[in-house]
Design a protein. Structure first.
Length: 172
């Protein structure tokens, strides 16, 4: 028997390997990783980057909505950030898997919220100071974004329960 492939002694009360083999830990015998092209790296990172972009967009909408109220609510952005990010990632996961029907309610709420935000910005160009219509737009858009977040998380959960992500078949 070759000494470099010595087995551990299992007759002791605790398994003991008196001689460590260097074969398993020798990095020089391992094959090097295959070279990855820039296109392959971009394909691998595309889901992460698109979800990060959606989360950053949701954060920007949070700041926009907060800034629209006459009396700034400084607690709104820090308190809603985790929820916005979770909702954006859930929506991005549905879109990435092309589950349009499940993502449709969240997208509808998001579109209404975006329309209200645009109306709020347009109204802000005409009015200085406090304005009830701007307050309405800001509150209604915040509610729409909240509904979009809840719909995205619920849709993602429903998608994962009905059609969970499965590992690809093994390559033989």
């Amino acid at each position: 028997m070759d000494d470099s492939l010595a087995m551990a002694t299992l007759t002791a009360t605790a398994p003991v390997e008196t001689e460590k083999t260097t074969y398993l830990h020798d990095r020089s015998i391992r094959p090097s990783a295959p070279a990855k092209s820039l296109k392959d790296a971009a394909t691998d990172l595309a889901p992460l980057l698109s979800l990060a972009l959606l989360a950053a967009s949701a954060q920007a909408l949070s700041f926009t909505t907060r800034a629209a109220w006459a009396g700034h609510r400084d607690w709104v952005v820090p308190m809603t950030t985790p929820l916005w990010v979770i909702g954006a990632v859930a929506l991005g996961a549905m879109l990435w898997r092309q589950k349009w029907q499940i993502a449709a309610p969240s997208l509808a709420f998001l579109c209404v919220g975006l329309a209200l935000t645009v109306l709020n910005v347009i109204r802000g160009q005409d009015v200085d100071g406090s304005d009830h219509l701007r307050d309405f737009y800001a509150i209604a858009s915040a509610v729409m974004y909240g509904c979009a977040t809840v719909a995205a998380v619920a849709g993602w959960a429903m998608m994962e329960i009905r059609q969970p992500i499965a590992a690809p078949p093994p390559e033989l």
